[in-house]
Design a protein around this ligand. Structure first.
Ligand code: PLP
Length: 458
């Protein structure tokens, strides 16, 4: 029996949503070129496209917004955020950015050069694209268990340490300007990384003198998984676990739109002073002065409060249980998902859901369109549309290991009945899956295709 936890909050403000009829949904998705990013929000009933920037802020965050100090330099808001970042992340230096990818852009501008490699468990799309945009080669070295959607390994976000070591030796440390890890591993199913693995990854990078940066978007959910699943951590707080994680790294990129539960914002943190000076120069060029970095003072204050709320253990227990409730409802009905469910989303396994559609015909994309047509549910393909790319040497297409449709659950936004409705919609599509056809591009840009590509049904 699946369990839905009572929300550790009550609702003080509501935002109306409506389900437009099937003909209107069909017209909307046709107009959008079958790309869910092209839909108007008012055409969507339940929006599970992303958990990024879509959370509901708390009364304390809204209160903090009113305290925002909009001074250009040295704002109090910056000081308040610096204090929270220092306490949780512990790095010596910090710059705010307008969101996570801006932090990735600055880091890539500073460190990545043509032909250099950046290993990780699985780079997310923006990290992957920022590295490629500088001529670099993002390299994914997640454990083999992560490639099997039914394998219930507790830390499927782990890096394969032997593979990492072999990769560094083969590539040469001088060709690896930095090494990364993403917690939790969004592109690999939102799967957590264990403390033991983060420690071994840190040791491996450092053995070869490679700086280690964490993509920390969902560090709090990852910390709670460590508390629940890794021996020795049950009696530690999520704060203590997060502090231990960051003590192993040289820096981190952060999209505050996830575990800091804000609608916009991010930051880049690091220990290295010289790198920090260079980051400030890049920041001034691209984002803004180092004490606001592309954000308003009020945004900095909302992040400062949200960082603490995101670590709250009653909230995290509710959040992880909400995700596993939806996963449980789907599994009860034989729907193939990535198991065990991750921290922020349930991922449908499109290769098993639609086994008759080959990867070249985008099964995840086809499934995502059907979920919208069936019930106005917007999701996100994380598969070949997002990640397939030609081999730089042979030109042959390289497809990702997994074809997923992510049902990302915004933080503190949807209730049990919303998730039941989502489950019913998926079950209806599953029952008519054989009639679903693949798709092809009618337009696709070179990088980050999924945002603006257009498609046609085959
Ligand atoms: C793992 C991961 N890294 C980086 C990013 C980029 O963050 P942002 O959307 O704030 O630019 C995301 C956003 O979804 C993400 O999930």
């Amino acid at each position: 029996m699946t369990y839905y936890p009572p929300e550790p909050f009550r609702i003080k403000m509501v935002e109306p949503i409506q389900l437009i009829d099937r003909a209107a949904r069909q017209a909307a998705i046709t107009r959008a070129g079958l790309n869910l990013f092209g839909l108007q929000a008012e055409e969507v009933f339940i929006d599970l496209m992303t958990d990024s920037g879509t959370g509901a802020m708390s009364q304390d965050q809204w209160g903090a917004i009113m305290r925002g100090d909009e001074s250009y330099a040295g704002a109090r808001s910056f000081e308040r955020l610096s204090t929270a970042v220092k306490q949780i992340f512990g790095f010596n230096n910090f710059v705010p950015t307008h969101q996570g990818r801006a932090a990735e852009n600055i880091l890539s501008a500073l460190l990545v050069k043509e032909g250099k490699y950046v290993p990780s468990n699985t780079h997310f799309d923006t990290t992957d694209a920022n590295i490629r945009a500088r001529g670099g080669r993002p390299t994914n070295l997640v454990i083999e268990e992560a490639k099997d959607p039914t394998n219930r390994h507790p830390f499927k976000g782990n890096i394969d340490i032997q593979k990492l070591r072999d990769f560094i030796v083969k590539t040469g440390p001088k060709n690896i300007p930095l090494g990364m890890i993403t917690i939790t591993n969004n592109a690999g199913g939102g799967q957590p990384v264990s403390m033991e693995n983060i420690r071994a990854v840190s040791q491996t990078y450092h053995d070869f003198g490679i700086p280690f940066f964490i993509d920390a978007c969902r560090y709090a959910e990852n910390a709670y998984f460590i508390k629940l699943r890794e021996s020795g951590y049950r009696n530690k707080t999520t704060l203590e676990i997060a502090q231990e994680v960051f003590s192993l790294a040289d820096g981190a990129t952060m999209s505050a739109k996830k575990d800091a539960i804000v609608n916009i914002g991010g930051f880049l943190v690091m220990n290295d002073e010289v790198l920090y000076q260079r980051a400030c120069n890049e920041l001034i060029l691209r984002e803004g002065f180092p004490t606001y970095g592309g954000l308003a003072g009020r945004d900095l204050d909302a992040i400062a409060v949200g960082l603490w709320e995101g670590l709250d253990e009653s909230y995290l227990a509710y959040r992880l249980n909400q995700i596993s409730y939806l996963a449980g409802r789907l599994l009860e009905n034989g729907i193939p998902i990535i198991e065990p469910p991750g921290g922020h989303a349930v991922y449908l396994d499109a290769l098993r859901f639609l086994p008759h559609i080959p990867q070249a015909e985008f099964p995840g994309q086809a499934l995502a369109v059907e979920l919208f047509l069936e019930g106005g549910v917007r999701t996100c393909e994380i598969g070949s549309v997002m990640f397939a790319h030609p081999d730089p040497k042979s030109g042959e297409m390289i497809y990702p290991d997994l074809e997923l449709v992510r049902l990302a659950i915004p933080r503190r936004v949807y209730t049990q009945s919303h998730l039941d409705y989502v489950a019913e919609t998926i079950i209806k599509v599953f029952n008519r899956r054989e009639s679903i056809r693949g798709q092809k591009f009618t337009y696709a840009p070179e990088l980050l295709k999924h945002f603006t590509a257009r498609f046609q049904s085959l």
